[in-house]
Design a protein around this ligand. Structure first.
Ligand code: AVJ
Length: 322
């Protein structure tokens, strides 16, 4: 029996959408991509040819599991393994299975904005990995991190994988790391998966796949607004545009209005779109190792170890709170 979604999440969705569409330039928040349809489309993205970050991090977690566990177990004692934005935890499962196999005392606490995901993980994970303690939390990262800290005073190891940090502009990412640090105690760990700067053709192709899955993924947010906020977006009236700037490392996607048009939400809020006007949908920021180390340092972390994939396209960096 699925639990009802956290109260307040729907109201927040409406407020955020209204704020974004009333702004100039217009924007929507990519964290709202992940409704059930969006979850499915993101799965398709991970399976598509051009999208490399998933494969890179999967390689790290599947081939260097023992080393990652070693980095986590350097400090003694039972701990909470908290994963922010767990998704279907295909990658972290390697680590979970390894730790359970080694009879390590820990509780896995996946946190996800997708209610669907948490309901699924709470059910499926204890069946799939016998002996695993799972407490899933549905909501915003820091609200749920607070909840987790209240629930137990054990050592915390926070996983923030999949280059989810890249979905924030760099200034926000720095603040995020500081806030994350503020929720931790000295000696607690953060393992952060970050997509690295690389050949710009490779990056852009990953966000502009030939089959149009990424386009559908972006357009689905308009469909979600139609479904959940009684909107009347004509989906065919928008097209996907992706761009990558190799200097800043900013990979951004937009939806471009094909015509002059007007959209109404909830029968009362009206928004005009000029032909060629863009809605800024998402940033997938890329960094180099130096920038990542610096970001950790500024937030009060020390870099313990960097796990890179063979192509050096992606890193899982392990920071300890100081
Ligand atoms: C979920 C943050 C890993 O930015 O690469 C994939 C989302 N957007 N294709 C990313 C995404 C377009 C993705 N992350």
């Amino acid at each position: 029996m699925p639990l009802p979604p956290q109260k307040g999440i729907e109201e927040k969705f409406l407020i955020d959408v209204l704020q974004g569409l009333a702004s100039s330039p217009k924007y929507l928040q990519s964290k709202y991509f992940y409704d059930p349809k969006g979850d499915k489309l993101f799965q398709d993205i991970m399976n598509c040819e051009e999208y490399y970050p998933f494969d890179c991090e999967l390689e790290i977690f599947s081939e260097r599991t023992a080393e990652i566990a070693g980095a986590i177990l350097r400090e003694p004692g039972a701990f909470d393994l908290i994963e922010l934005g767990a998704g279907d935890c295909t990658k972290s499962s390697y680590l979970l299975e390894y730790l359970v196999g080694e009879k390590v005392d820990f509780t896995y606490m996946p946190i996800d904005i997708s209610y669907n995901t948490i309901a699924y993980l709470n059910k499926i994970l204890p069946e799939r990995i016998q002996g695993l303690n799972v407490t899933g939390l549905n909501g915003e990262y820091f609200d749920m991190l607070k909840k987790a800290a209240k629930a137990s005073s054990r050592r915390k190891v926070v996983l923030f994988m999949g280059s989810n940090l890249g979905n924030m502009p760099p200034a926000d990412a720095r603040l995020f790391c500081k806030e994350l640090r503020a929720h931790l105690n000295p000696g607690d760990l953060a393992l952060i998966g970050i997509d690295l700067k690389k050949n710009p053709h490779t990056v852009l192709a990953a966000y502009n796949d030939k089959k149009g899955i990424t386009a559908a993924f972006n357009l689905n947010l308009l469909s979600r607004i139609n479904r959940e906020l009684a909107g009347d977006f004509k989906i065919g009236n928008f097209s996907h545009y992706a761009t990558y700037d190799p200097e800043s490392g900013g990979c951004k996607s937009f939806l471009v209005s094909k015509v002059d048009q007007q959209v109404t939400l909830s029968g009362e809020y009206e928004f005009k779109f000029a032909k060629d006007e863009c809605i800024y949908m998402e940033i997938s920021q890329k960094y180099d190792l130096k920038e990542i180390g610096r970001m950790g340092e500024l937030a009060g972390f020390k870099t313990e170890e960097n796990f890179l994939c063979r192509k050096k396209w992606f890193v899982d960096t392990v920071w300890s709170a100081i």
